[in-house]
Design a protein around this ligand. Structure first.
Ligand code: SF4
Ligand code: SF4
Length: 360
């Protein structure tokens, strides 16, 4: 890693050149919510002026730029001689993602663990990921951000360039030779002692600005104990099974695969589409049996995947604490309240010297 400093007006010129020469995506205001607050999304940008550098949080994560909601995996076509051909394409145009927050970059690192470094790497994901240049930016947390509880309020890998706001300048963490060579023409300087002090102050300010905390210490084993807690049914009763939480989540990666025949019936397209474990038929198998017929079961398994199973297998929890799921949920279901409810239920159990409900 190399550290440099760039004045904000020079940084803007650098971004302007970068986005004019490359397919680029950055945060843009796309709407306002019911309270009149701006709604941001990562959208294609063609100049620095189009980027909302002071954005808060995008409603959906940058996941969709690496894992589109729907994509064609292959296309089959029947030949006149009775045989058939299959086309598979993994091509991805090089592109730049600008303004990702530390938790969003951590989320991409987690997706990398599953989709690049796992037992079954995805060539579709690999093609996009290897052709993506990531520029991260720090920010002051929103009132409901809890990424610090999961240690994702800072990030040290997974980006090409990371910008920390130190007033009139950005303190740059340069993590790739490509980023360094791009920056050469834009008056970067070595950090002075004063810049280093400003960076430390900035990090302290971010660290002490969190208003939401979720106690995740020992959560995997706690979830084991609470497998049969009535809390799952309580929150499941509120769930609408809409799957929105998984769509906006930067680390939910489950998908469904289906085939759509061409209209002339001479071929078919195999497509993968993001899916959610909260949707009613997620665990339905051939023959019609549904392994998770109840709302509470499905909600529980989403939490188990995020806070227990992945932690056991990969030594980390999959949630990065962005609270996009809580913001998007029409039933006001969010990780902080569900986890706190579980913990409180256990504590009241201990206080009353009552055992947890038996496993069935
Ligand atoms: S967004 Fe809320 S209501 Fe919809 S599936 Fe997720 S938890 Fe259930
Ligand atoms: S807070 Fe919700 S949306 Fe964000 S990473 Fe965790 S589970 Fe996903």
């Amino acid at each position: 890693m190399i550290y440099k400093v760039i004045a904000k007006d020079n940084f803007r010129k650098f971004i302007d050149v970068l986005v004019r020469e490359n397919l680029s995506y950055g945060p843009r205001q796309v709407d306002t919510d019911a309270h009149g607050e701006p709604v941001y999304q990562y959208k294609e940008v063609s100049s620095a002026d189009e980027i909302a550098f002071d954005y808060t949080r995008t409603a959906s994560s940058a996941k969709h730029l690496l894992m589109p909601f729907r994509e064609e995996m292959s296309h089959f076509s029947f030949r006149d001689d009775g045989d058939w051909d299959q086309d598979i394409s993994y091509n991805a145009e090089p592109r730049v993602l600008i303004g990702l927050r530390p938790c969003d970059i951590s989320a991409i690192n987690i997706l990398d663990d599953v989709l690049l470094n796992g037992k079954f790497p995805s060539p579709y994901y690999l093609a996009r990921r290897k052709n993506t240049f990531i520029i991260g930016m720090d920010h002051l947390p929103l009132p409901d951000c809890f990424c610090k509880s999961l240690n994702h309020h800072t990030v040290s890998t997974g980006f090409n360039l990371f910008c920390s706001d130190i007033g009139d300048s950005y303190y740059l963490s340069v993590n790739s030779s490509k980023a360094y060579s791009y920056l050469q023409e834009f008056s970067i300087t070595d950090p002075t002692d004063e810049d280093n002090c400003k960076l430390i102050e900035r990090r302290k300010l971010i660290k002490h600005s969190f208003q939401t905390e979720v106690e995740v210490t020992g959560l995997p084993s706690f979830l084991d104990i609470e497998f049969d807690s009535p809390i799952w049914q309580k929150w499941g009763d509120r769930c609408l099974n809409c799957g929105t939480c998984a769509m906006v989540c930067p680390t939910c990666y489950c998908y469904d695969v289906k085939e759509e025949p061409d209209l002339d019936l001479r071929g078919a397209s195999r497509q993968k589409q993001l899916y959610s474990c909260n949707i009613v038929d997620f665990a339905r198998v051939a023959g019609g049996h549904n392994f998770r017929p109840g709302n509470g079961d499905r909600l529980k398994y989403r939490y188990y995947h995020h806070y227990r199973g992945f932690a056991e297998n990969a030594n980390q929890q999959i949630c990065v604490g962005c609270n996009r799921c809580g913001t998007a949920c029409l039933s006001d279901i969010n990780p902080k309240d569900v986890i706190n409810d579980l913990r409180m239920e256990k504590e009241s159990c201990i206080t009353c010297v009552l055992p947890s409900p038996p496993r069935t």
